[in-house]
Design a protein around this ligand. Structure first.
Ligand code: NAP
Length: 225
């Protein structure tokens, strides 16, 4: 894969030239911004999302900016699709991955009693199980890079209680603890693990969640409690 030209670096004082990164959910919102940040510093990036058209549109935009970004579809909820994604990444990056950003996530606010088994499985599967599995799959590639870094995009909801966010919060809380265990076990392989826990960021996820949560708040009058 070609590398971003030196002249396009955001900041000449340091760079990510020669580094490779996988960003899940890179087609919009926080993931999109992460891809831009990494690519501007010279990293070669691979993204995944479920919507192929969105991926194509993003790749066109980034190509126009001179960034080295590839992409493939993957529904992270499914084990076999995660395996296929990592096979693609290994191929694209020649068996070495420096940075894994577990960013993709979903949030469907509901009162605790309304969550179904399927809701729980889908949210925990997308937000936590997928990231955990990608770490397992990426381990040989991260180790091979000699300098691996895992970043989980968690949430402030994984640290504080918010109404109608119990399952989302649990998925992020699990992620927070998992990062500590990964950092401990994989330090010997020169692989770091860190968590970023944003507050509200105006994205599609946030807008949809705020709308749904607002409806539940109106119904339950939880602000009075
Ligand atoms: N926005 C906030 O206020 C906020 C605050 C704290 C934390 N976060 C966290 O930040 C991360 C990004 O959130 P965002 O607000 O940027 O969300 P977003 O705008 O909805 O973007 C989510 C991205 O993830 C992809 N995605 C979702 N489900 C997927 C799946 N099953 N398989 C593959 N890709 C999938 C989406 O593409 P497709 O739909 O095409 O699959 C999209 O590219 C999430 O983990 C979220 O929990 C967000």
């Amino acid at each position: 894969m070609a590398e971003t030209k030196l002249s396009s670096f955001k900041d000449q004082r340091w760079s990510l030239q020669g580094m490779t990164a996988l960003v899940t959910g890179g087609t919009r919102g926080i993931g999109y911004a992460i891809v831009e940040g990494l690519a501007e510093f010279g990293a070669s990036v691979h993204i995944c999302a479920r919507n192929q058209e969105d991926i194509n549109k993003c790749l066109e935009e980034w190509k126009g900016k001179g960034f080295c970004v590839t992409g493939s579809t993957c529904d992270l909820l499914f084990h076999d699709q995660r395996q296929k994604l990592m096979e693609t990444v290994a191929l694209v990056f020649d068996g070495k991955l420096n940075i894994l950003v577990n960013n993709a996530g979903i949030f469907t606010p509901k009162p605790i009693m309304d969550y179904t088994d399927e809701d729980i499985t889908t949210t925990i599967g997308t937000n936590f199980v997928s990231g955990y599995h990608l770490c397992q799959l990426a381990h040989p590639l991260l180790k091979q890079s000699g300098n691996g870094s895992i970043v989980f995009i968690s949430s402030i909801a994984g640290l504080k209680a918010w109404p109608f966010a119990s399952v989302y919060a649990a998925s992020k809380g699990a992620m927070n603890q998992c990062a500590k265990n990964l950092a401990l076990e994989w330090a010997k392989d020169n692989i770091r693990a860190n968590v970023v826990a944003p507050g509200a960021v105006m994205t599609i996820l946030f807008e949809n969640a705020a709308k749904l949560a607002g409806e539940w708040i109106m119904l339950s009058r939880i602000w009075c409690l």
